[in-house]
Design a protein around this ligand. Sequence first.
Ligand code: AMP
Length: 175
Amino acid sequence: MNIRDSIRTIPDFPKPGIQFRDVTTLFGDAQAFRIAIDQLLHPYAGARIDKVAALEARGFIMGGAIAHQLSVGFVPIRKAGKLPGPRTSESYTLEYGEATMELHDGALQPGERVLLVDDLIATGGTCEAGIKLIRRSGATVIGSSFIIDLPALGGRQRIEKLDVPVHVLCEFEGD
Ligand code: AMP
């Protein structure tokens, strides 16, 4: 089965001109979901992974399943204002304006090896903020996994320049 076929495209969401790649149809398909989780982990078989970190919000759905599969802890990286405890913030630039991601202090220990996951990499800005937060805690990002890459937006190269391997399951043209 090709998991790309289980992803739905919604034109003009959340604003005109955006082709929204909707992975809820993949999550709702038992076979596609299981295959996607296995494939996201495939390059890291045998590697030591201490924690799985994921980016809000769809990344949490995959990150929880991956952490369960590896029997390791799960760490959420959330949008500003959602985490209740002491936290560290990292802001980054969007096409219009700014966004901020946050990580709980103490969620990761220095030296821990972390796999970072999200549903989709576009410009790579969200992922870069996640990498910076993980590194500020003293942990190492051993790799990143995404269901979808939008190669036209260059996110993959941006993350590889930070010395983080990028693994994607499929690509879609355009932005
Ligand atoms: P970026 O920071 O530009 O790499 O954007 C990645 C984040 O925005 C991910 O958390 C995605 O879920 C979301 N995203 C960006 N573009 C799309 C798209 N075309 N369809 C669905 N989600 C998107």
